[in-house]
Design a binder for this molecule. Sequence first.
Ligand code: ATP
Ligand code: MG
Length: 422
Amino acid sequence: MAKTIQAIRGMNDCLPTQSPLWQKLENTVKHVISAYGYNEVRMPIVEETNLFSRAVGEETDVVSKEMYTFEDRNGDSLTLRPEGTAGCVRACIQNSLINRDEQRLWYMGPMFRHERPQKGRYRQFHQCGVEVFGLNGPDVDAELIMMTARLWRELGIDKHVRLELNSIGSLEDRANYRIALVAFLEQHVDVLDDDCKRRMHTNPLRVLDTKNPDIQAVLGDAPRLSDYLGDESKQHFAGLCELLDAAGIEYTVNERLVRGLDYYNRTVFEWITESLGAQGTVCGGGRYDGLVEQLGGKATPAVGFAMGLERLVLMLETLELTDVRRSVDVYMVTAGEGTMMAGLKLAEQLREQVPGLRVMNHFGGGNFKKQFKRADKVGAAVALVLGENEVADGTVVLKDLIGGTQETYSQADVTAKLAELV
Ligand code: ATP
Ligand code: MG
């Protein structure tokens, strides 16, 4: 036998047994976002490498270690998108979507990062992102958080996530803070691990979210970013907290929350769960008021977030919230001369008369017993049975596969009964 080919490590198939839960999640997400009047945008999966190094930042983990970058046949350096914001901004600039107008957008799709695969962390994963351009008040920041809170309620996971919030100020605020932080870190360089030592010079704010408990303890005495925020950043953050309080959304301010990508300013937030172990962040976002201009567009305030769909699916599974609508309502069983054609016809008629009804025809022959076994296997609620007698007198036998009862209907009347299944 030929050697079988495996999928790339960290890149998973979504199997037919898993796809109903994914569809349910995706539909709920789309439904909630649409309820706020946002529109979908679809970007290419491959972009110029420069886009990500400029937008996300050369010194970030994503750009420095995690990107799938390759040369295409023209010799151009291309990258499989590791996140969606950069491409979304590129698309808005290129298509003049944000010169005068505001935009409220969302997207969903695969992202690629070369990380060590583990539960909740994959090399191809899926995000749903929301981005808003042209609005600078804390009101829209609050709306994005309210939108995610609504989504958690609709998914039934709201009791299992908590919100952490911070303001990382303006570029200028951070530049001042950075000087103070680096001075502090230099005094404690002996306790820093290699990762933190490297970050101290490349991206010192990221030292703040180290997971190393010894370093965390030392950081307790580090200068506080909140002491370096300018008045406007402070007001913006106070405004956001006030709106969230009024909306009844609970949060904790985590002064160490800085997020991994360079483009953020002012508001940053994360929704975190304890139910997934180490990979606990299901959604993260914040403001990135400088990015549009940095990528060559007109200065435009912006805010957004992205959530990891695999982690949400894992949560739904862990919390056993996996009830999905069955994929087959009716299984069409036929036996005898001319019954196959009658079965195909009746199935078509039912699909037309009962919108949303899922009808599966049995193919491949076999006796009733075999056909009913198939019907059970696909999880159908009822079987419709057509034998030669039924075809002759325009009737059909409806067998309830859950209750076990069966009854004969005229083919015209059975639709009303089946409509109950939708
Ligand atoms: P983490 O700290 O877990 O690495 P991140 O800060 O790198 O996350 P973002 O770039 O903010 O993540 O992406 C937003 C969300 O996308 C994350 O909160 C997470 O739910 C999801 N995500 C990020 N990387 C992965 C991955 N490799 N596999 C699965 N989901 C991911
Ligand atoms: Mg990461």
